[in-house]
Design a protein around this ligand. Structure first.
Ligand code: MN
Ligand code: MN
Length: 470
């Protein structure tokens, strides 16, 4: 019942005032931002094609950083505002830092992404021959759906340390005309048994064997001549022997280039968006800040896909040591700097996929083209295995994004009991740093070919830049 003269409610006006705005960014963001998203995406695709492993990502980022005036960090030196340094941790992880006007006095600002992606590593004794085919035994790295890795062109990216200590880099399958490799799959005609198995069991880890040769050594007698012939070719080209595989990091990744997806070219398909799609904007944001208030760190970590353990992962001390060096050169206690620091844990989230809608909770999912996703917590079941950003820090980040015209959204990782996952956020939060996950929504996450939106990528860059500049 309403009084006669009372004005009727205006749902349009109230919607605008009270409810979350519509999701899709097209029609909302400026024409200028759309153009910038396009050119930013072109640079990103080039980066991706050169950074298919953590080592290559570090190498590529260091080369880019040096062009921007970054120099190797020297803890015995003193730095002034605007100085740009980098710390290369074992060629697999990297910290870029831009020294701020206030240094670390009020803490540092960290954007931390990871540069490792799921893949097939070689075992220490990989090479064998069976029924006159030469193969490599692989040991998968990170969370993969094994069936996706069969009948897929693969390239080989390796780093070998020989007995005499010399090193050799191997990269086969990326250049036009290069040979490529693959894991074979069983033909459907003979798959009656295999087709009865679950997706988890149909392809076993021990069957992810990589086909690398079929031609025997040209000779009159002997065993394993196909294997021997492959080893001969590797020895001729790289000077390595079978035993050298023991001291090597060799990764097989999809031999795919980053490409536009869709008639409208609004998306990018590639291997390893997770998490180079956040690593690249973090690096570019570090390049864009000149003299920030607080010292800014873009951290590119390794080993996230296997839980961040190991000395190049963020569950180790390498970032803490770096911040301790910065603190001590300013005469501060590292713990005081850490306690005042803030971090955007730059990692992807699962974009809502209508084909698999039942895995998601539509009201709390992130969506392609709806901007950078701020994820309050990840984890599994009852929020286990995650940190959770405080209401205060969520509020601060939300205001920052609004004030800087960044299209943003929030989302959980699928249904509550559907599974789960984590990021580096909790390891950084454990240092008493304020942390929240911020990154790009991805379709087909961890598949050999993942898809992201160009608009979301650019908005992620804008978010990190605003965070550093604040
Ligand atoms: Mn990730
Ligand atoms: Mn991942």
């Amino acid at each position: 019942m309403s009084k006669k003269n009372e004005k009727k409610a205006d749902p349009k006006k109230l919607t605008k005032e009270l409810l979350i705005p519509r999701r899709n960014g097209f029609g909302q963001v400026s024409e200028k931002d759309l153009e910038k998203a396009e050119s930013f995406s072109e640079s990103y695709k080039k980066f991706l094609d050169h950074a298919k492993t953590e080592r290559e990502a570090v190498k590529t980022a260091v080369a880019m950083a040096e062009k921007e005036g970054f120099v190797p960090f020297d803890p015995t030196k003193h730095y002034k505002a605007g100085d740009k340094v980098y710390c290369n941790n074992r060629g697999k992880a990297l910290i870029l830092a831009v020294i701020g006007k206030n240094g670390c006095k009020n803490g540092v600002r960290i954007a931390a992404a990871h540069i490792d992606s799921p893949r097939l590593d070689l075992k220490p004794h990989p090479l064998y021959e069976q029924n006159e085919l030469a193969m490599f035994k692989s040991h998968y790295y990170g969370g993969i759906k094994k069936y996706q890795w069969t009948a897929l062109p693969l390239s080989m990216h390796g780093f070998v340390v020989k007995k005499d200590g010399s090193t050799v880099e191997i990269n086969v399958g990326e250049e036009p005309g290069d040979p490529q490799f693959c894991v074979t799959d069983l033909l459907p005609h003979l798959s009656a048994d295999q087709m009865q198995k679950t997706l988890a069991k149909a392809i076993e880890g021990e069957n992810l064997n990589i086909l690398i040769g079929s031609r025997p050594l040209d000779c009159d007698e002997g065993d394993n001549l196909v294997k021997l012939n492959v080893m001969r070719l590797l020895n001729e080209k790289y000077g390595i022997t079978e035993e050298d595989f023991v001291s090597a990091d060799i990764e097989f990744v999809p031999a795919l280039k980053a490409v536009d997806v869709g008639f409208d070219r609004s998306m990018i398909g590639a291997y390893g968006h997770d998490d180079r799609v956040c690593a690249f904007p973090s690096v570019m944001a570090a390049f864009s800040v000149k003299e920030p208030e607080a010292t800014c760190l873009a951290v590119l970590a390794d080993r996230e896909e296997v839980g961040s353990d190991g000395n190049t992962g963020l569950n180790s001390e390498f970032m803490r040591y770096f911040i301790a060096d910065l603190a001590q050169m300013e005469g501060m206690e590292p713990r005081h700097v850490l306690s005042r620091s803030k971090c955007l844990s730059a990692d992807v989230n699962a974009a809502f996929d209508p084909t698999y809608a039942s895995a998601y909770e539509a009201t709390n999912s992130c969506y392609l083209n709806s901007g950078v996703c701020v994820t309050k917590y990840t984890g599994a079941r009852g929020k286990s295995g995650t940190s959770e950003a405080s209401a205060e820090f969520m509020g601060e980040v939300r205001a920052l994004l609004e004030d800087n015209d960044v299209l943003w959204q929030t989302g959980e990782l699928g249904k509550v009991d559907g599974g789960g996952g984590g990021t580096v956020a909790m390891y950084i939060a454990n240092l008493n740093v304020d942390v929240v996950d911020v990154g790009v929504p991805v379709l087909s996450m961890h598949a050999p070919f993942e898809v992201i939106s160009k608009l979301d990528l650019y908005m992620t860059y804008k978010a990190f830049r605003a965070f550093f500049e604040k």
